[in-house]
Design a binder for this molecule. Structure first.
Ligand code: MG
Length: 381
């Protein structure tokens, strides 16, 4: 079999660095790497992995990177154009989309159009434009391989389905740092408390999303597109230990689950080796050591994000793009100490009430809805 060739968008972030970490187990060639502006780290990665192209988010960072790599023949690009160049490299078969936020959408679509399989770690892409992305993937005959731990679990369980449809998806959620807190108690939680996730070590945006539970809302929409399931057939259950990564149910009521320690390197690796499985560096699960697994129904009173996401998912069209754009802006405000924790869902609901929506979903409408949703949130402050 020919060696796989990959491009990693966002190689210096949390998923990106863990992808680089497992590359010695999966035997692939790296065609391109991109970073926001972590010039030091991407330089190290480039010297180790020898891509043909690297990119940074702006001219200034790209200039620094060009100087740092002046003794190599690696091409250095900047901005959205750089991301798109990396996503469409002639020499890559699979693109790992590990950038955070809506910025991942255009390069993902371009990669699909160029016939690349996508190892998808950027959930906002499917949330904002799932309809367009899945349609493009079908048209161009490419696979969307989920990297998100829950969606990888569903994907792994679904391998056992044969010709049978899934009757239900059960997404597990850790509940984040504020599990069990009431709405009143959430009023004054701080940024530092929100950034302290009990099980997973992740980037800031997704950690805040886990605290508000918007992360699970986004994942519900992601699952809906990946597995063609209506939102009402996707159940969310709180599972504090993050050992059961998600489950599927069949017509006869049989439920299959995928278990493992909370470590993203296994789902990343499976997306790159699928359908093969190869040894992985993640420590093995010992159920006796874990002892017990607990499950709870989510509290939608304290965490309205789940209800908001379900409503947006049910509405379809550009509602999810509005929800996502508003959430990205609200998380940004919260991370800069401009708003309180409970204002995040409140601002998202306000954007959903204020931003007009109509007509069929197009890329232009997605981008426009995103901008309008952000403006609504920023101008409310
Ligand atoms: Mg997840």
């Amino acid at each position: 079999m020919m060696k796989k060739r990959i491009a990693i968008l966002g190689s210096t972030g949390s998923i990106g660095t863990q992808t680089v970490d497992i590359l010695d187990s999966v035997d692939v060639d790296v065609a391109a790497l991109t970073t926001n502006r972590n010039v030091k780290l991407i330089e190290q990665q480039a010297r180790k992995l020898h891509p043909q192209l690297v990119a940074a988010c702006d001219e200034k960072a790209a200039l620094e990177l060009r100087t740092a790599l002046a003794d190599t023949d690696i091409e250095v690009c900047a901005g959205t154009e750089g991301l798109i160049r990396a996503a469409t490299m002639e020499t890559a078969d699979v693109v790992v989309t590990a950038v955070v936020g809506m910025v991942g959408l255009l390069p993902t679509l371009k990669a699909i159009e160029a016939g690349k399989d996508i190892a998808l770690a950027n959930k906002e892409t499917l949330v904002c434009a799932g309809e367009l992305v899945m349609q493009a993937a079908q048209e161009h005959g490419v696979r969307i391989l989920p990297v998100d731990s829950e969606h990888s679990a569903i994907f792994q369980c679904a391998q056992a389905r044969g010709e049978n449809p899934l009757s239900k998806i059960i997404l597990t959620a850790s509940g984040g740092p504020f599990f069990g807190k009431t709405r009143a108690e959430l009023e004054h939680v701080t940024r530092e408390q929100a950034l302290h996730h009990p099980n997973w070590n992740m980037g800031a945006k997704i950690t805040i999303d886990s605290a508000t539970m918007f992360n699970k809302g986004l994942e519900l929409i992601e699952a809906m597109w990946l597995y063609q399931m209506p939102p009402e057939e996707i159940e969310i259950v709180i599972h504090r230990e993050s050992i059961v990564h998600s489950l599927v149910e069949f017509a006869d009521g049989a439920v299959l689950a995928q278990l493992g320690l909370p470590d993203m390197r296994l789902p990343i690796q499976y997306a790159l080796t699928y359908p093969a499985r190869v040894p992985c560096k993640v420590p093995r699960l010992s159920l006796a050591e874990v002892g017990k697994l607990t499950f709870f129904a989510p509290d939608e009173q304290a965490f309205p994000a789940l209800r908001i996401a379900r409503t947006a998912a049910g509405e379809g069209g550009s509602a999810c793009a509005v929800m996502n754009g508003a959430n990205e802006a609200a998380v940004d405000l919260f991370l800069r100490d401009k708003i309180g924790f409970l204002e995040i869902p409140a601002l998202v609901e306000r954007a959903l009430a204020d931003v007009p929506r109509s007509g069929a979903l197009t890329l232009e409408r997605v981008l426009e809805s995103d901008v309008l949703a952000r403006e609504t949130v920023y101008s409310a402050r």
